[in-house]
Design a protein around this ligand. Structure first.
Ligand code: ADP
Length: 541
């Protein structure tokens, strides 16, 4: 049986117990010592400012040695100049001013150990000087010169180990501080770079959270909040911008080509800008995707320049169109009046009347053009005023058509009016001008035999008037542009037809000034319908 076995040479139980107690006590001492060292180390390395590092280091050394003086010197980059950094700062201390010989210091630095410089046997000495190197595995940082009262018993190996430990921790702290400064400088550099680029820059991590953003980006986005780092982009972008960023971001996650986008954006109330967005993937060293960087550009100015250049081009075209347009009726008037004066016999009443009516209609054409031009300049100068009266829309149309019917023989005119149409509040001359433009266009752009149908119906608070023709129509892709100033559809159908491209922009302005609307439907080769809607009562929007 196991319990019965007699163990030979076993120490008595009492001794066992004592041995165990000693071991435990020595282990506890070691743990205490370790913890003390750890605490001291933490005190030094947790400082991120050189002066606090030196202060902590020397105060601990003071606790241990009760020194009279302890100066810390750092080596400059050349390793030959000494800068005193504690307790007072003195740059480039000459070797002759050091409390001990430079060669001894060099020797101590090479040894890398704490060394007593004073001869301890010298009975007359009243103080002891020692040198403690401050070194890290990477470089020699400097040293501490310690002066204590003459108590040689204090100088033992144990103190040496503690001092060397403290100086090694100080070296690490100095090194960390250097790294910390470098990181801070690199960060500041990055930050300055980021802020100085004219584009907006924003980086997202794979979750869509902002990891970096510059001021330009927050301005373009119109973000008022501060501290948005770490927040999801969906939380604060407005809808069109959110959608654009989301589309690009999901393309990046899917490993697709990143689209470039241009969008109209309203970062703040009444501020409309055009933003160009490009993006690139952010990869780590192994090429793994870690995020997406967006670059945002306010294109408003360049778009505006583009628009102005185009406008300039359109204006020059306009000048040549207008000159041509004015010259045609003028030359007709000139030749007919010349004929009247020199060739037509005074008693040839019939020819005289025929010629005079040509002069009359060409003068109307001229005055129409001039009034368009005047309207345009009034609109541009913001001096376009309406003179509201009660007007009868069918009346205006009828009188306009009567003139056209008399002049234009090859077009069939029709009208269709709802019964009991109300009078409307509007500027008679302006509405007359708008309708004249629409009707003249439908005649001008219709081939011989075509029809022009003008109808008016009531639609709630509005009268809706349509001018429909069976003319050449307008290509679908240009429908959106015909209301622009100076814009003319440019193709073989319209080549021969004269015009300035001003009429419809003026019509639109007239109708919208009345708080009405204008729209067009058209099929190329089949015809067009221009519809205007005018509020019956002034002030109804
Ligand atoms: P203009 O008639 O002097 O060219 P407008 O501003 O009145 O200028 O019209 C702009 C353009 O719209 C015209 O040049 C023409 O191409 C197109 N357009 C206007 N009305 C019609 C229409 N009824 N049928 C076909 N095209 C039209």
């Amino acid at each position: 049986m196991r319990g019965m076995i007699k163990m030979e040479n076993m120490p008595p139980l009492e001794e066992d117990h004592q041995f165990l107690n000693q071991t435990i006590s020595s282990l506890t001492d070691q743990i205490d010592l370790f913890e003390t060292f750890q605490g001291l180390s933490l005190k030094i390395v947790s400082q991120f400012n050189l002066q606090s590092i030196f202060e902590t280091f020397s105060s601990i050394v003071h606790e241990i040695m009760r020194y009279q003086v302890a100066d810390i010197y750092l080596l400059g980059d050349s390793m030959t100049a000494f800068d005193k950094v504690w307790p007072t700062k003195v740059a480039s201390v000459p070797a002759s001013d050091l409390p001990c010989d430079e060669k001894i210091i060099q020797w101590v630095m090479e040894q890398g150990r704490w060394r007593v410089v004073t001869d301890l046997q010298e009975k007359d000495a009243d103080s002891i000087i020692s040198v403690l190197p401050i070194k890290s595995p990477k470089r020699d940082h400097g040293f501490m010169i310690i002066q204590t009262a003459f108590t040689p018993s204090m100088y033992n190996q144990k103190i040496g180990s503690i001092l060397e430990f403290l100086s090694s921790q100080t070296a690490i702290a100095i090194q960390n501080q250097g790294l910390y400064t470098e990181i801070k400088q690199a960060n500041a550099f990055m930050h300055n770079m980021l802020e100085s680029v004219t584009n907006g820059i924003m980086a997202l991590d794979l979750e869509g959270r902002i990891t970096l953003i510059n001021k330009n980006a927050t301005a373009i986005f119109g973000i008022m909040e501060k501290n948005i780092i770490g927040r999801h982009f969906e939380d604060f972008l407005n809808t069109p911008m959110k959608k654009a960023v989301r589309d690009i971001f999901s393309s990046a996650l899917a490993g697709k080509m990143l689209p470039e986008m241009m969008l109209n954006h309203t970062p703040y109330k009444e501020v409309d800008i055009v933003v160009g967005i490009t993006a690139s993937m952010l990869n780590d060293r192994e090429g793994e995707l870690i995020g997406v960087v967006f670059s945002l550009r306010d294109m408003t100015a360049s778009k505006e320049i583009e628009r102005l250049t185009k406008l300039d081009q359109l204006k020059s075209e306009f000048v040549s169109n207008v000159s041509h347009e004015l010259r045609t009726p003028l030359s007709i008037i000139k030749s007919y009046t010349e004929a009247l004066l020199t060739q037509v016999a005074p008693d040839d009443k019939e020819t005289r009347e025929k010629f005079l009516s040509v002069v009359d209609s060409e003068t109307d054409r001229l005055s129409g053009m001039v009034s368009n031009l005047l309207d345009l300049s009034r609109i541009e100068a913001g001096k376009f005023k309406l003179n509201y009266k009660k007007i009868d829309l069918p009346d205006i149309i009828n009188s306009l058509l009567a003139i056209q019917k008399a002049e234009v023989k090859n077009i069939h005119f029709f009208t269709e009016y709802d019964e009991d149409l109300p009078l409307i509040d509007a500027d008679k001359d302006k509405i007359h001008e708008a309708l004249l433009n629409l009707i003249s266009n439908s005649i001008k752009f219709s081939p011989t035999g075509g029809t022009v149908n003008v109808s008016v119906e009531r639609k709630g608070d509005f009268l809706s008037c349509s001018v429909a023709d069976t003319g050449i129509g307008i290509p679908q892709n240009q429908l959106g542009r015909i209301f622009e100033k100076f814009y003319r559809v440019d193709n073989s159908d319209t080549y021969e037809i004269e015009g300035t491209g001003l009429g419809l922009s003026i019509v639109k302005h007239i109708i919208e000034s009345h708080k009405g609307h204008i729209r067009v439907e058209s099929i190329k080769g089949k015809g067009s319908i221009f519809t205007i809607e005018l509020p019956v009562n002034r002030g109804v929007v």
